[in-house]
Design a protein around this ligand. Structure first.
Ligand code: HEC
Ligand code: HEC
Ligand code: HEC
Ligand code: HEC
Ligand code: HEC
Length: 340
């Protein structure tokens, strides 16, 4: 071994020793935080090692979360596209797609990017961690994860930290739902019943952690009502945002809803087609205006029946992007009527 190599290895050993002594003297950050927590004993579940540590005891919730877009927020190919975050090389996109715990960075403050376990996206701790403990709905629970009742957990303000970029929360506030306390959870994390957490214990009331929305045709279809009235010379169509808790479609500017009306003759040959698009375009899409349907708003259309038409077909599509072809959109409604 030459002299230089020996000096380098001695230095490495010295660094290891120093590091070890440091770890003995200063415990990991989560222990530090729980030690500082005034009430309750420390969580024996590590709160700085991602979501998999929650899985053994909260298997149902974990399985639901795994299906959600929260768990996929960092691995989802959509935001990773080259023209979007370019595989999250655009660091501005990380704070909401792989956030630090929101209840620690603070409601009302901007979300901050996490540095570890990025692939877990919006993980359990992003919504549940408070210093040294997990935020729970109920009070007086004793468990390894050290739950503490935290009213902020289920509030609209909590969701708003990440979900108000395109004013979904503001839109919701303008509806009657906001007055009747039908909040984001009521529609997006509805109540479910779970097996007891402790053997022999009571059944648990829970919340659906799949957080369904823009990828769920059933929920999408629930937002609107379409009325079709057919006369000899014209067809009138009215579409109402009846149960969307906000504009329809809300949020992502690339979502689009298309109302497609076609007329056909006795042999089924298409004679005429009309298409209406409901969407909030990006600012740089010159010439396009916001055609989202406000809550409780009705948009009406009237089309002349072409000569020889015997039937009219009305379809409603929900599309994840404005360039999605009809065949790849979610078909929310498909109604056929005869012309009298
Ligand atoms: C060793 C098992 C165990 C692990 C690991 C665990 N928990 Fe728990 N947790 C429990 C039990 C048991 C309860 C219920 C206590 C009761 O009902 O009194 C509970 C309760 C909770 C509650 C409150 C439930 C309610 O009804 O309000 C939340 C939230 C929670 N855990 C989150 C987590 C998170 C997040 C993790 C991962 C960081 C985690 N837990 C890890 C066992 C565990
Ligand atoms: C302030 C928080 C926030 C920031 C910052 C943010 N996002 Fe998001 N993003 C969200 C939320 C919340 C959703 C889910 C809402 C939805 O699906 O409509 C979302 C959804 C998306 C989707 C839709 C995914 C799908 O499944 O179709 C894309 C694409 C996206 N974001 C790209 C980006 C890009 C690119 C950046 C950086 C330029 C970025 N986001 C920064 C909060 C944020
Ligand atoms: C830390 C940021 C953050 C918080 C807090 C948050 N979300 Fe999300 N949420 C996201 C991101 C990011 C996505 C989209 C991920 C993707 O598609 O790539 C998302 C997706 C969703 C979706 C699915 C949308 C779709 O396109 O299918 C729903 C529903 C949702 N969130 C509801 C909620 C509710 C309800 C709350 C409050 C309890 C909440 N979220 C809190 C960041 C957050
Ligand atoms: C987007 C935020 C968000 C994420 C991510 C999230 N939760 Fe929750 N969790 C909530 C909210 C909100 C509630 C219910 C609050 C209420 O009912 O007022 C809840 C309730 C719970 C409960 C008690 C009720 C039930 O459904 O059983 C447990 C346990 C729980 N979460 C564990 C977890 C675990 C484990 C993970 C990760 C696998 C996780 N949560 C991920 C927001 C979240
Ligand atoms: C009365 C039920 C209801 C309430 C309340 C509600 N929503 Fe929705 N939400 C829906 C329906 C239905 C859809 C699907 C149609 C659409 O996109 O508008 C949806 C879609 C979404 C989407 C997906 C849009 C996209 O671009 O991917 C997000 C995100 C969302 N809601 C967030 C929220 C938040 C945040 C709140 C609370 C401020 C909330 N919602 C309140 C019913 C509701």
């Amino acid at each position: 071994m030459n002299r230089n190599v020996r000096i380098v290895s001695l230095a490495a050993v010295a660094l290891l020793v120093v590091g070890f002594v440091y770890l003995l003297a200063f415990p990991t950050s989560s222990d530090e935080k729980s030690n500082a927590t005034p009430t309750g004993s420390a969580s024996t579940v590590p709160l700085d090692r991602g979501s998999t540590v929650c899985q053994p005891c909260h298997a149902d919730v974990y399985a639901e979360w795994k299906q959600s877009y929260h768990s996929m927020a960092f691995t989802d190919p959509e935001p990773r596209k080259p023209e979007l975050s370019d595989d999250f090389k655009n660091k501005d996109c990380i704070p909401c797609h792989a956030p630090q715990p929101i209840l620690e960075t603070g409601i009302g403050n901007r979300a901050l990017a996490r540095l570890v376990f990025l692939d877990e996206g919006v993980d359990c701790l992003a919504c549940h961690r408070v210093p040294g403990r997990v935020a729970s709905v109920r009070s007086g629970m004793t468990a390894a994860c050290n739950p503490i009742q935290t009213p902020a957990l289920g509030t609209v303000e909590h969701c708003a930290v990440c979900h108000d970029q395109h004013n979904t929360v503001g839109e919701w506030r303008a509806t009657d739902y906001a007055k009747s306390e039908t909040d984001c959870l009521a529609c997006h994390m509805p109540a479910v019943e779970r097996a007891p957490l402790t053997p022999g214990g009571p059944k648990q009331k829970g919340r659906d952690h799949r957080s369904l929305a823009a990828h769920d045709p059933k929920l999408q279809a629930s937002a609107s009502r379409v009325d079709v009235s057919v006369a000899k010379d014209a067809v009138s169509i009215a579409i109402t945002n009846e149960r969307g808790g906000h504009n329809f479609p809300t949020d992502e500017r690339h979502r689009a809803v298309d109302l497609v009306t076609t007329f056909a003759d006795a042999a089924g040959r298409e004679l005429a087609a009309h298409s209406e698009r409901f969407r909030n375009p990006y600012r740089d899409e010159v010439g396009l205006v916001d055609t989202q349907i406000r809550w409780n708003e009705t948009k009406r259309f009237r089309y002349d029946v072409p000569f020889g038409a015997k039937s009219v077909r009305v379809r409603l599509y929900y599309k994840l992007t404005p360039i999605t072809p009809d065949a790849e959109g979610n078909l929310l409604l498909d109604r056929q009527e005869t012309i009298p």
